[in-house]
Design a protein around this ligand. Structure first.
Ligand code: GLU
Length: 502
């Protein structure tokens, strides 16, 4: 029988969630949903020194915002809990001891001072095959001394004993066969002096305990894979080892290398999913959500960083992504992040999303800008008229504020040089003849007919009209704006405009 599909997103709660992390979560989620599997959130908080207050809640919020909510998590435990590694602390020691008993790990009693002394002599010092026999550990000390040190509760760590001259190979679902020379791998710590496992031991023990079938994670974890593969083997669990998929890196837009938060700061775009507030300093790091991205667009653009469906299609809903997702179409090469392209995705999503769906967020944007919206139907009409012009959700305010308040300032300079008493008279007459219920097209015809009758080219009057209604040289069709504003308001604005230009 094929085993159940169970995947996990296993972040460490150390701060804001990088878009690469969200993409890892997304690919786990897509794979699980495509195969009727289970998507698990496991919080890897074994490194107490890096733990950051509030980071777990923040990660959960980010996943919820993206619509990729875990089936099992600390907040929604299933049958494999607890879902925080710190709460599973007592489960790991037995595995470290089993590895020691089987000769695959050892106690190391070296003090931090001793290790630092070695590092001072050898800057690239690695605790491993060559150096381990010069250190104070259960491979070098007599058995009786080891027993005594343990009996005296001397602090120790447990290290894996990496074998010499072996090749560790595994099949990565994206990369094919990947091999490592064990002579290049050091004896990583498995259990720390405080009794906490390190990531290496915990990730293996928990993937086993939680019956994880497939492990999607970033390429930056590839160097750790040989350690994990050896642990699966040494613990006698090879048959239940998950299938691995190391996702391509998300690269900085310029140059080589992984996209970092620093690149975002340098180039002026966010790399976190949502705003992150550092609990110690109160510093806020901007996120895509607060910058005005729709979650649908964010998820879509992340999916396209390293995956495509084999056609030119670029816009996909989450449901379509689930349907079309395939590991074969994940690329091995890193994907360059392009912020302009990211905004393009958002723009496309705003265009195809209904005004009804956009309305609550847009209303919020207006409220935050100090514009109260009371007429919901009017808001929907405004959204429909301007959404094609918006890249970010906040753009609705700049693009539509004049629908809710007459312009306070006019771009007078754009009109004044060519303004004349005749033009003022034209606008007076046009305003007087406005009739309720006219369509934008009817209004335009009326405007053109009057312009011609007065000896003007309609074109030279359009800009003044726009500036009277909007304040500046922007916005959708000017007659559409007039229709939406209604006769009374259009007349008022024309009156005020004339006064400003005269
Ligand atoms: N805790 C690791 C992280 O922070 C998880 C890596 C893995 O998925 O094995 O990304």
């Amino acid at each position: 029988m094929e085993k159940n599909i169970r995947v996990r997103f296993a972040p460490s709660p150390t701060g804001g969630l990088h878009l690469g992390g969200v993409r890892t979560a997304l690919f786990n989620y897509l794979f699980a949903k495509k195969h009727n599997g289970t998507f698990v959130l496991r919080v890897e908080d074994t490194d107490q020194t890096r733990f950051v207050e509030g980071a777990e809640e923040y990660i959960v919020d980010c996943l919820n915002w993206c619509g990729i909510t875990p089936d099992e998590s600390p907040q929604k435990p299933g049958a494999f809990g607890p879902y925080r590694q710190s709460e599973r602390k007592s489960s790991y020691k037995q595995y470290a001891e089993q590895l020691i008993a089987d000769g695959h790990a050892y106690y190391a009693f070296d003090t931090p001072e001793e290790l630092n002394a070695k590092r001072a002599i050898y800057p690239n010092f690695l605790y491993g095959q060559v150096s381990r026999m010069e250190m104070r550990n259960s491979l070098t000390l007599p058995e009786s001394e080891v027993a005594q040190l343990l009996a005296e509760n001397t602090p120790y760590v447990v290290r894996i004993k990496i074998p010499e001259n072996e090749t560790v190979s595994f099949v990565d679902m994206i990369r094919g066969i990947v091999s490592f020379d064990t002579n290049l791998v050091d004896d990583k710590v498995l259990l720390k002096a405080d009794g906490m496992p390190t990531y290496h031991l915990a990730v293996v023990a928990d993937d086993k305990a939680m019956e994880i079938s497939h492990a999607f994670r970033g390429e930056e974890w590839l160097p750790s894979a040989p350690i994990h593969i050896l642990l699966w083997k040494y613990l006698g669990w090879e048959d239940s080892m998950p299938q691995w998929a190391h996702l391509p890196l998300i690269l900085k837009p310029d140059g080589n290398g992984k996209l970092s938060k620093r690149d975002g700061d340098r180039l002026g775009f966010p790399v976190y999913a949502m705003n992150w507030t550092d609990p110690k300093t109160g510093d806020i790091t901007k996120g895509f959500k607060e910058l005005g991205f729709m979650p649908e667009a964010f998820v879509n653009l992340l999916a396209m960083l390293g995956w495509n469906d084999g056609t030119d299609q670029e816009i996909f809903s989450l449901a379509e992504l689930i349907n079309l997702f395939s590991i074969e179409r994940i690329s091995k090469a890193g994907a360059k992040f392009d912020f302009e392209k990211a905004k393009w995705y958002n723009h496309e999503w705003i265009k195809i999303t209904s005004a009804e769906h956009l309305a609550p967020t847009v209303k919020n944007e207006f409220n935050n800008a100090g514009v109260e919206i009371s007429d919901e139907v009017f808001l929907l009409q405004v959204i429909n008229l301007i959404k094609d012009r918006c890249n970010l959700l906040g753009d609705f305010v700049a693009q539509g504020v004049y629908f809710f308040a007459a312009p306070a300032d006019y771009d007078v300079a754009a009109v004044k040089p060519k303004w004349s008493p005749e033009k003022a008279a034209f606008f007076q007459e046009f305003a007087q003849n406005l009739a309720a219920g006219a369509t934008a097209l009817a209004l335009e015809e009326q405007f053109k007919a009057l312009a011609e009758a007065k000896g003007f080219k309609p074109g030279e009057l359009m800009l003044p009209l726009r500036i009277m209604l909007v304040g500046g040289k922007f916005g959708p069709g000017v007659f559409d704006i007039a229709v939406l504003l209604g006769v009374g308001e259009t007349q008022n604005r024309i009156e005020k405009g004339i006064a400003a230009f005269n």
